[in-house]
Each structure stands twice: as C-alpha cells, then as structure tokens.
Design a protein around this ligand. Structure first.
Ligand code: ADP
Ligand code: MG
Length: 750
C-alpha cells in the first residue's frame, strides 16, 4: 500500500536519478512531500502562457494544438546516413510556434509522428528560438492531453487525468514540471487515504475542505476558485498546528512555578507620589495588568508595544519597583550603550532619593540602581556586579554585558527587554536563566507588530498596547525634501534648523555613514545589535549619478564651517569611545549642544524633550520603520516636532514612495504594515526571530490575517476540550512534529 510516508520512488518508478534530483533539488523524499509540492501556477488548457513578448532563449511553457505535422527524411551531412525530422506547427491562442523533433531512427520517428498528429493537444515547453522570422521550439518537452504519452514515451495513461487548469510546478535542474505532474497524478490515483489532520467538527465550523479534497483541488482543479479552496485548507491547517503549539506552550508556561511578587515595601507608592505627570489611562491600565501578572505564581510573559514616545519606560519602571518592593530584583536589558546609559540616567533621576537606598539621606524604602555595560572600567563593573549579587541593587540596567556568564543576581524576579526586536531569543533566555525561578518577563517594542504577527511569531506572549501618547505631545510634521528636483532646497533645511535653534531648541542631523570612505553605512560594528537592521533595510541602489552619501564626520565639519556656523554642532556615532559618547549625550540632554550630527545610534529610545527638529540626510537609505523610529526622537516635550526627509531619490521611484508614505502618516501600525508588505516578516523581526520563517510556508501573516485569527480561536477551543489532543491523533502527531522541530526549539527558549 502506498501512503504519504512511502518513498517517492513508489510513484516515480525505478528512476534513481530523478529521485535524487527531487530530493536534492526540491527536498522531496516521500509521497507526502510530493503532494505538498504545490503548483506554482496554472495554465488554462488552451492558452499560451506568456505570449506577450517572447524573448529568444526564454524558457516557455505553452498549451496548444498541433496544426501541421510533417515527417521529413534527410541525409545527415556528418554521418551520411538517413535522419528523421518531424516538423510541426503548434497553434496556440496567440502566435503559432514551429516545433521540430529530431529522431535517429525510423521507429522513433514514426512513433513521434503518430503521437503528434494533427489535432493533438498538449503542453509544450523548452527554450524558444527564432528561425527565419518564426518562433520555434526544438525537441520540446511535452505532455499530451488525452493520450498516454510522456517525454520518455511511457504509456501510463495518466496524463489526461487533470482538469481545465494545467498545473505548472516549481522545477529543478533535470526535473521538469511534467515529471512532477505525472508523479503527482499517479500518486493521487493510488493513494486512497490522505490522513486528515483537521478534525471534522473544526472543518465544518471553519468551512475548510478535507485533506483529500484539498489535494485534488490543488493538483487538478477546474477553476481558480477551486485552487483557492484547496490552498485555504492548507493555510488553515498550518495556522492551526502552529497555534496549537503556541497554545500548548502558553499552557506549559502557566504550569511553571514563578515567585509571585506581591506586597512588601512602599517604593512604588512613593514613586507614584512624586511622578511629575499623570499617567495616561493606557499606562495605568497596563500597569494594573502587569501588577496582576506579577502576583501570579507562574511567570508573566508579556509584550508591551507602543508608539515611540507613548511612555513605555515609566510602565516598565513601575513594574520593576513592584518587584523590588516584594524583595526581588529587576533587570532591564537595552540594545545599545547609549540607550542603557540614558535609561540609567533617566531612571535614577525619576527615582531621586528613592534610588539612594542605604545611603545617608536616602529614602527609607529606597533601593539602588546599577548600570552594567561592556565598556565600563573594570572597577566600576566589579562594583556593579557585587551590588547585583548581594541584592543591594534592586534595579539593574545594562546592555548585553548583562548576559555574560559571570553576571549573577541575588533574586532576579523580573526581566525587562527594551526594544525587543534587537534581541534574539537566545539572548533573552541567557538572562532569564540567571534567575533561580523562571522570572517574569516584560518585553517592550516601539516597532508596532500587527496583531497576526504577534499571534504567530510571539504567540506565547500576551500582548498589551499603549495606543495613546501622553497629553501635551505635539504632532510631528514630516516633509520630504526632494533634492533630485530641487537641489537648492537643502539651504532652506539649514535655515529652518537655525531658526529652531534661535528659538532655543535643538536639532538632530542623521547621516547614513560615519566617514566618507566607507562602502556602506557606518556604525554597524559598534551599534551593539543592529547589524540586521542594516542588512535588511531595503536600500534602493541609487540610480545613476548621485552625490556620495552623507557621513557624520564630514557633515559635522561642513555644517560648522558653512550653513550652521556659530552654532554648537557636535557629533555622535558608535565608533567614538564610550566615554565620549556618554559625554556628548549628556551635554545634548543638558542643552549644551544645539545640533547633534549622528548615525542611527539615536534611533531607539533617546529622549531629549527640547529637541524639535530632525533632519535625515539620504533618508531613502533607511527603512520605513527605522525612519519612523528616528522621527520619534522629536516632538517629545510638548513642542511641535519637525522631521525633514532629505533625499536624492527620484520622484515616483520606490524609494521616494517610501519616504512619501512616512511623511503621510504618523501611525506606526500602518507604516509597519507597509514595511511588512515590502519585506518578508522574518526580516522585519530580525534574523534572530526568523526561526519561524520556514514554518510559515503557506502563510503570510498579513494576507492570512483572517485565517490566523480563526485558527487561533479553533486552537484554544480544541485545547480547552482536549489539552493532549487525544481525540485527534493525526493532529496530535502534526503538533508533536512541529514541537520537536527546530522552530519549537526556538520557542522553548522564548
Ligand atoms: P517610549 O515609549 O518611546 O519608550 P518614553 O518612555 O521614553 O517613551 O517616554 C517618552 C517621554 O514621555 C519621557 O520623557 C517620559 O518621561 C514622558 N512621559 C511618559 N509618560 C508620560 C505621561 N503620562 N505624561 C507626560 N509625559 C510622560
Ligand atoms: Mg523607550
């Protein structure tokens, strides 16, 4: 009996080379793999596929009818012996094609002539060439309709077993679409049972067809609507299995013990009392949810997303204080040194004497805040580490230096990961492993994640969203400055900057490079975890001549001696010594610098309320989300923000479209969708998050939003009724398989 697990040879016959090519080229080992090798497209039988503009040398696949068939005998000039040539004309819906078949002996020739007689229809393919002004195919591959035939002349009678749409399969060297089609057709005819993964009541409820029907509709449809019905079923199945894995994972996490962090000191209350502003409703609500999470005896796993400037830091700090109140410690992991230092400064400042615990003059309920980064002097590092291990430091802020093995905590109760898309799952795990109990985890991101991505890629996290910005946040106006059409407008940009500075405000100027002699964007070696961002950024290669990209070190000189002469212009980039970076950030925050020329190092989290203007030079070199992040640095302190996207990109180019999109909306979710549309989701989430990419073969998180939502609902219902899926053995098997695969290895660590 042939099943889906049978080796693919059972339906290929004894064709060792073909089997090898299928396995190596397409990863097809079993009959099941073969049936999951879906057609790339379909040809309406009777239609030429791509007629519009044939190019000599192009590989084509056409459907047509033999209009003329003429067997010629001639003398082969080299051998002097008779040779045979079948000359045919193929009538397609478009042009006619001349097809010539050469044969060595008379037997083959007359066999060919018979099967390619006038009126015979089929699919023909090969490299098209021109001969005396006519298109022609020489010895094309073919599948004939309505007759047993094939390229190698086997009469297996299988090829007419398909509908009005002829499937064209992704092929590999040495394996043609028709080889696959014939094997698939044979497999479908000999397999009586396609194991059903999706239980019947779920199929009924969500209106998806059974597996057998789906296989037939995908491989031998009559209409495109049928193809869609078949595909939808597979997408649903894939989403269901993924959601079951994630649902079981969540259930498992709930069974893990964690220390409930309740009661204790009055640090949080004291902090709330001295907050200089009123929490937004969103901050308050999320705070309550987190407090409830922390009071549970199992670990919190929460994703907090919110627009840039929505005030996630306060939410995180309040959660951290809650944990310190209960006697534990909390650690905040930041992606860059600049950001870690800024968090350290702003949290220490917000806490005031609450952060001077144990010291003379410190508040009774106080604690201390420790900073740990890779560039700190040895002694300072040792001091921080000893305060961490003794528990004296209730709050610890750091970069990936926190992940090092020798770093230890007394009682790590909460891990906060800022700008989480910069961290891989393994890195998060490295930190959570440092706790005696599984700690509570709060990850924060300002890159808004569409709901379905959150459901799929971060399906084991609960999601909270801060959607409102704190009151008094002024809108950011964004304009594209198109230097391709108006090179002179750059002068106006600097005039605007000057005006802002004269009003007492500050400005950022962002360049894609550090120095002019670099090939690519600068800073990649130093901006701790940002490589992926640079690699993924959909950079439009400049078309034709355009000036070299702006570099920080050059721009700073140019501006100081030119358009911004007399202003205090300083630079910041990742290659500067950490102390210098810190000093520059401090003076910028203190208002001692008017214009900060920098790389994307200021992209995340940098918070200087008095900065109102951001000029992005060569803005087309940055990705959508990155641009949105960066402009979030201005308009923070109740002063209206201005963001100027300076670019040489031509009007109507994709790069320009991207800039126009960013200028047109400040809705991060909308931009994130746009960004996703242009890239694959794994890219957006960073390479380290892409473990799932391979499991999302049929699913596209945006296109398949409805399917994913439905599958998630179906999954939670199934699990509620039958957590071990004992009632659906095939489904249980599929879930177990995914759980065991690399992808779930990835989730384990999440
Ligand atoms: P993000 O969500 O981008 O990390 P931050 O936490 O850095 O945003 O907050 C941005 C700024 O808004 C900070 O200066 C912070 O002090 C301020 N802020 C946060 N919450 C409020 C609030 N409820 N009212 C006024 N200002 C707030
Ligand atoms: Mg932040």
């Amino acid at each position: 009996m042939i099943t889906l697990d049978s080796p693919v040879t059972t339906v290929l016959g004894d064709k060792a080379t073909k089997r090898k090519r299928l396995a190596e080229g397409l990863g097809i080992e079993t009959v099941g793999d073969l049936l999951r090798h879906f057609p790339r497209r379909y040809v309406k039988t009777g239609e030429l596929t791509h007629v519009a503009d044939l190019q000599p040398g192009e590989m084509i696949t056409v459907v047509g009818e033999i209009a003329v068939s003429d067997l010629r005998t001639y003398r082969d000039k080299r051998t002097g012996r008779p040779a045979y040539r079948l000359e045919t004309v193929l009538q397609t819906d478009g042009p006619r094609l001349r097809m010539t078949f050469f044969a060595k002996n008379q037997g083959t020739a007359s066999w060919q002539a018979k099967r390619l007689s006038k009126g015979r229809r089929g699919v023909f393919g090969g490299q098209v060439s021109t001969f005396r002004g006519e298109w022609q195919l020489t010895n094309p591959h073919m599948v004939l309709f309505g007759a047993g035939s094939g390229e190698d002349g086997e009469d297996d009678g299988m090829v007419d077993n398909f509908g009005d749409l002829y499937p064209i399969y992704p092929q590999t060297k040495g394996i043609e679409s028709w080889d696959i089609q014939r094997a698939v057709t044979f497999a479908r005819s000999v397999i009586d049972d396609v194991p059903e993964v999706v239980p019947e009541e779920i199929r009924d409820e969500y209106d998806v067809v059974d597996a057998r029907t789906a296989v037939d509709l995908i491989h031998a449809p009559d209409t495109f609507a049928q193809v869609e019905v078949g595909r939808r079923r597979y997408r649903f199945e894939e989403a269901l299995v993924t959601q079951l894995v994630l649902g079981r994972r969540r259930a498992f996490l709930r069974t893990l013990g964690a220390q409930a962090r309740v009661g204790g000191g009055g640090l949080l209350a004291a902090f709330d009392e001295r907050l200089p502003f009123v929490l937004t409703d969103g901050q308050r609500a999320v705070g309550e949810v987190i407090e409830a999470d922390l009071a549970q005896p199992h670990p919190m796993n929460r994703l907090l997303q919110g627009e840039v400037g929505s005030g996630k830091t306060v939410v995180a700090l309040r959660a951290m204080l809650r944990v310190v109140d209960s006697g534990g410690q909390a650690a905040l992991l930041a992606p860059t040194e600049v950001l870690a230092q800024q968090h350290f400064r702003s949290m220490t400042a917000m806490l005031g004497d609450l952060a001077a615990g144990g010291m003379l003059g410190g508040a009774a309920d106080g604690t201390t805040v420790a900073l740990l980064t890779g560039s700190m002097p040895k002694a300072a590092r040792a001091d921080a580490m000893s305060r961490m291990v003794t528990g004296e430091a209730g709050i610890v802020i750091g970069t990936h230096a926190l992940l090092e093995e020798k770093v230890m905590f007394a009682d790590l109760g909460l891990v906060v990961v800022d700008e989480q898309h910069r961290f891989g799952v393994e890195q998060r795990a490295a930190l959570t492993d440092k706790a005696g109990w599984p700690p509570h985890v709060l990850v924060m991101t300002a890159t808004p994640i569409p709901r379905t991505v959150a459901m799929t890629v971060f399906g084991d996290l609960e999601v909270s969203t801060l959607s409102e910005l704190p009151a008094g946040r002024a809108p950011i106006q964004t304009n594209v400055v198109p230097l391709a059409e108006h090179p002179g407008w750059i002068e106006r940009v600097w005039v605007r900057v000057r005006e802002e500075v004269e009003k007492g405000h500050q400005a950022y100027v962002v360049c894609p490079r550090i120095t002019g002699d670099e090939q690519e964007e600068g800073g990649r070696d130093v901006i701790d975890m940002m490589e992926e961002e640079f690699v993924d950024t959909p950079l439009a290669r400049p078309a034709g001549e355009r000036p070299p990209l702006n570099a920080v070190t050059e721009a700073v000189e140019r501006l100081r001696s030119g358009p911004l002469a007399g202003l205090r212009v300083e630079m910041l980039h990742g290659r500067m010594p950490p102390d210098d970076k810190d000093r520059v950030m401090r003076s910028f925050a203190a208002g001692e610098i008017d214009v900060l020329v920098s790389t994307t190092v200021i992209e995340v989290g940098v918070d200087v309320a008095n900065a109102t203007t951001m000029v992005l030079l060569d803005a087309d070199r940055f990705g959508i989300s990155q641009l949105h992040q960066m402009r979030g640095r201005v308009g923070r302190g109740g002063l209206p923000g201005l963001c100027l996207l300076v670019s040489h990109a031509e009007a109507l180019s994709p790069a320009r479209d991207r800039l126009d999109a960013v200028a047109a909306t400040t809705d991060g979710f909308e931009l994130s969708r746009l960004d996703l549309d242009q890239r694959r989701e794994g890219d957006v989430l960073g390479a380290s998050q892409s473990g799932f990419r391979s499991s999302l073969t049929m699913l596209r998180v945006l296109r398949d939003e409805d399917t994913i939502v439905a599958a998630r609902e179906a999954a939670s219902r199934l699990l509620e009724r039958d957590p071990e899926l004992t009632g659906s053995p095939e489904l249980a098997r599929a879930v177990a398989e995914l759980e065991q695969s690399r992808q779930s290895d990835f989730m384990e660590k999440a």
